[in-house]
Each structure stands twice: as structure tokens, then as C-alpha cells.
Design a protein around this ligand. Structure first.
Ligand code: ACM
Length: 266
């Protein structure tokens, strides 16, 4: 299966320009799965809820139409971030599109920093999509910080994680090595580059998008400051094998009776 990771530098608010850039990056690309960054067509650094709402769309808006167009041209399942609106609530979401159809949206469940001022936290359960023989899980950017997300998706059968991102801290790329190793999954972290200075915020996005395998090996990695397209063949079935050696299975060996979900830090 050919998986592709796009790293771009969206211009804030310029959807058509950002669509056009992605369109040209994917010119002539054929693939099974393509992952675009978080909020790839709008930019990230909102200064008010009203501004985020102005760029929001339903799951059949312009961004959905654009990804449907790409799904036909490339033959791929496409996952990319957008601002979703439903019933007057806005979410930091990703569209999951295949064969000219929107399959679903994922709404980011762990909001980062001021995202908490603009967006509602995700309200839909974590899900795995069985598309053309590949079991795909989706999380967005800061969800990486909560290992429960990858673990839950793994328990649901995920083989390949699509991870649209707008990373500003320097930790995630390394952490994804561990997420992949501890779950024996593939991950495609599609990050953005560039600087966004808006309102009180001044973000430098870290690039270094990464495709990581079930052994925690980085199969492909982008530079930190350049637009890029990573493309690689993987065998998602390799993620079905959860044996670490002849004696250890990383799901069967869990000791659920020892683990806690609540805490007391006193
Ligand atoms: C992030 O979640 N965009 C840092």
C-alpha cells in the first residue's frame, strides 16, 4: 500500500490558495492513503471564536468537495484537517474521504492551548475505518500526548494511524516512535511548517513530518522548514502481529488489574 504524507505552509484564511498548493503537490500522485496536516486549508492561529466560525464548514462544504476531488484524482483515501461546524458548534476536525464520499469526520478530543477558546472538544467516539483493506485510525496533533488514544485505536484494530498535525512543541516526532513501538502500528504524522503571528500568538510550526513503522523505525522524514511530500510503500498487515518475541504479546500481556484511570496526587 502506498501512503503519502503532505507537509505544507497554509496561508491563513486563504482556502483557495491553499487548495491550489495541495493540488499541485499531488499532481500525478497515485496512492492508497494520503494524510494532510491539521487545518491544512485555513491556518491555525485564530484570534477569536468568530474568526474560527467564519472559516468553519459542514462535512459537505468546500474542503470536503476539494478532498473528494483529490480522492478521485489520486485513487486514495484522504484525511485532512478542517474547522467543522454542526448545530452552531465548531470543532477542530479531520475529514475522512474515500472514492468521492465523506466517510466521517473525527473531532479532536484533546484541545491544545487556546483551541479551548475556539473549539468544542470532540464528542464522537474513537473509530477505526476499514477502507480498501487498510484499517485506519485518526487522531489530531496534541492527541499524541495522551497514549490512551493510540492504545484505544489499536484495540479497535488500527493498523495505520493518520495524524494530521500543526505541531509547535519539539516532542511529538520522537514520541511517535514510542507510540508506534508500544502499539506495533504504522503512523503518518503530517505536520505543517511556517510561522503564524496573529493576535497575541507567534507560532513556529516544526515540520519534520514523519512516517513511522511498527518497530518504531522512521521510514521517511521531512525537513523542518520546507514543503514536502513523503511517499512510501507499507504492508499494513504487519501491524496485526503484536508479538514482541516468542513470549510477549503487547496486548495480551497487559495487566489491566494493575492499571488505574483515576488519580490522586496528594
Ligand atoms: C496542536 O495540537 N496543534 C499543537
Amino acid at each position: 500500500m502506498k501512503v503519502v504524507c503532505i507537509q505544507n505552509a497554509p496561508k491563513f484564511g486563504a482556502k483557495e490558495k491553499n487548495f491550489q498548493e495541495v493540488r499541485s503537490l499531488l499532481n500525478k500522485v497515485k496512492a492508497d492513503l494520503i494524510v494532510l496536516p491539521e487545518l491544512f486549508a485555513t491556518g491555525y492561529t485564530f484570534t477569536s471564536k468568530a474568526e474560527a466560525k467564519e472559516l468553519a464548514e459542514t462535512n459537505h462544504g468546500k474542503t470536503a468537495e476539494f478532498l473528494k476531488e483529490l480522492s478521485i484524482k489520486t485513487g486514495a483515501t484522504i484525511i485532512g484537517g478542517f474547522v467543522e461546524i454542526e448545530d452552531e458548534k465548531i470543532y477542530n476536525s479531520a475529514l475522512i474521504v474515500s472514492e468521492n464520499k465523506v466517510i466521517d469526520t473525527y473531532r479532536k478530543i484533546h484541545l491544545f492551548n487556546k483551541e479551548k477558546l475556539w473549539f468544542e472538544p470532540g464528542d464522537k467516539p474513537l473509530k477505526v475505518y476499514d477502507v480498501k483493506g487498510m484499517k485506519i485510525g485518526v487522531m489530531i496533533c496534541f492527541d499524541w500526548m495522551f497514549p490512551e488514544v493510540c492504545r484505544t485505536l489499536t484495540l479497535l484494530g488500527m493498523q495505520v494511524l493518520a495524524h494530521p498535525s500543526n505541531l509547535v512543541m519539539p516532542y511529538c516526532q520522537n514520541a511517535m516512535v514510542t507510540r508506534c513501538l508500544e502499539n506495533r502500528i504504522f503512523a503518518i504524522t503530517s505536520n505543517r511548517i511556517g510561522r503564524e503571528k496573529r493576535g497575541q500568538d507567534d507560532f513556529n510550526f516544526t515540520g519534520m513530518s514523519q512516517i513511522t513503522n511498527f518497530n518504531g523505525e522512521i521510514l521517511s522524514s521531512a525537513p523542518d522548514k520546507k514543503t514536502d511530500v513523503l511517499s512510501i510503500e507499507i504492508d499494513p498487515n504487519k501491524a496485526k502481529d503484536k508479538m514482541i518475541n516468542d513470549f510477549n504479546n503487547l496486548l495480551d500481556d497487559r495487566r489491566l488489574d494493575f492499571y488505574k484511570t483515576s488519580y490522586n496526587l496528594e
